[in-house]
Design a protein around this ligand. Structure first.
Ligand code: ADP
Length: 266
């Protein structure tokens, strides 16, 4: 597994802060505290971690967790290479050896045994016992564990246990305020800001429907997609349909209701 290239602070991907999250993250890093990012999909969590890794000059390993992800996927395993059995580090082991930032996206999706390896890494031991190789790694100061999860998706079966979540500093992410969001969408898509303002208005009107007909509101990511399509020449109505309405629901009735809400908000 190759980390994202280690970027310098000048090369940090664009991130517009909402409140004090940059200072909070820097403090957590300096004090070797693991961080939990909570928030809906597409609201900037992954971008924030990429930005912070570059600011802090650390390599970043990102793992998108899924329901088959096991502890061995993170620590490593013996693989057969050219007739020989060799140990190959997983991203957690690599990140600890290199003093990198490890970002586990949607951590609650992973198998239960993943929490077992995360516990000793997240308390003041900061150790990783690797049974298979007999090693006991101690994380250097530069190693940091960051996890994210979307409280909106969780059900009783899939939520973080208190014994796990209470090992992290938690930061809540939401959609940016309309002014900031229009600036983000403009910066990301190249579409002038005044043309992004109505798109953000539509997204906010759609977000108000969350919980009624929609499982999740329109993300910043989707607004960026809509603006990117418009910037590349698509008519706004087509861009809205493809980027903001279709991805939100498969139900034709809900879609026509969304279209009416969007029309009114434009
Ligand atoms: P998440 O990890 O929360 O699902 P991402 O970090 O992938 O979401 O955000 C999706 C996209 O939205 C990013 O690629 C970026 O274009 C944009 N974005 C959202 N919030 C911000 C922000 N605060 N600053 C810059 N870009 C942002």
């Amino acid at each position: 597994m190759i980390p994202n290239a280690t970027l310098s602070a000048e090369e940090a991907p664009f991130y517009a802060p909402a409140v004090n999250e940059i200072a909070l993250f820097e403090n957590a890093y300096r004090n070797q505290l693991p961080v939990l990012l909570k928030g809906p999909t597409g609201c900037g969590k992954t971008r924030f971690v990429a930005h912070m890794a570059a600011r802090l000059g650390r390599p970043l390993y990102t793992v998108a967790c899924h329901d088959d992800l096991t502890a061995a996927d993170l620590t490593g395993r013996y693989l057969l290479k050219g007739g020989e059995t060799v140990w190959v580090d997983g991203p957690l082991t690599r990140a600890i050896r290199e003093g990198a930032i490890l970002y586990l996206d949607e951590v609650v999706e992973a198998r239960k045994d993943v929490t077992v390896v995360l516990h000793p890494v997240t308390d003041d031991r900061r150790t990783l016992p690797i049974e298979r190789t007999g090693e006991l790694l101690t994380a250097p100061m530069e190693f940091m564990l960051v996890v994210s999860y979307n409280p909106g998706y969780q059900n009783v079966l899939k939520s973080l246990k208190p014994s796990t979540r209470q090992r992290f500093i938690a930061m809540e992410f939401g959609y940016p305020d309309p002014e900031t969001e229009a600036a983000i969408v403009s910066a990301e898509s190249g579409l002038p800001k005044d043309r992004c303002v109505p798109l953000v208005r539509v997204a906010n009107a759609l977000r108000d429907l969350k919980g009624q007909d929609l499982e999740e509101g329109a993300s910043t990511r989707l607004i960026v997609y809509a603006a990117t399509l418009i910037q590349s020449g698509l008519r706004p109505a087509e861009a809205l349909e493809a980027a903001l309405l279709q991805p939100l629901s498969d139900d034709p009735d809900i879609q026509s209701a969304l279209a009416r809400v969007a029309e009114l908000a434009l």
